[in-house]
Design a protein around this ligand. Sequence first.
Ligand code: SAH
Length: 264
Amino acid sequence: MSMVRPKKHLGQHFLKDKNIARKITACLSDRFPVVCEIGPGTGILTQSLLEKENIRQLTLIEIDTESVTYLHQHFSDERLQILETDFLKSDLPALFPENFSLIGNFPYNISSQIFFKILENRNRIPEVVGMIQKEVAERIAAKPGNKTYGILSVLLQSWYDIEYCFTVNETVFFPPPKVKSAVIRLQRNKTEKLNCNETLFFKVVKAAFGQRRKTLRNALKALFGGSPVTHPLFDQRAEQLDVSDFVTLTNLYEAALAENKSRI
Ligand code: SAH
């Protein structure tokens, strides 16, 4: 068992069950030899990852000094690189000159930020296996028309195929979290570029869900200014739209911006 005293502010809930650790690492396909693990803690997933022969480089990113010391004391494998740093602040393109897959029992308090960082680096991260809060996993995997469908569902589904792998009980952690957990897998889809301006796409998706109960006509009023909002999509609410609908909306927004500019 771990000798590291769990720190709440770092979202530390250590997995106790080796079989679950194996089940999680088994979700990673064997296609990518470079793997990054977020928040290894005392290394239960690390141990199981090192059993995988296809892995040529395993980089651990851990913010907690005590855990890093523990890892240095308990693991020595030439494929392993241990970095004591904040994942959110790390320069991924500099650390990983080639594609890599990402895995971890994520610190739940920053899981959304981790996914936004994955989106920024989507062309370098072909695969992600993450254990996160069950509700967040359901939200990310949700399809249009579902109450839990939201910003991260649309953005992640634009570039990744998402699978809800399995649910994990709170009893397999120390200390047990207050919520249930789940493992999801993201695999990069074939989309290289959306058929719209991607910066504006993020802006439209965020604004649309910012007021998710309103029709898009009202939710996007501030963005569209005085421009006409007659397209039938404006009669719907954000949660009813799929990725291609948001692409359509973004192109309407870009046209509205151009038109407003020409009026000034
Ligand atoms: N993988 C381990 C620990 C999971 S708990 C296990 O399954 O037992 C989450 C881990 O993420 C903790 O070790 C915590 O210290 C680490 N962590 C929290 N915030 C982090 C950040 N910003 N960057 C890197 N690691 C972080």
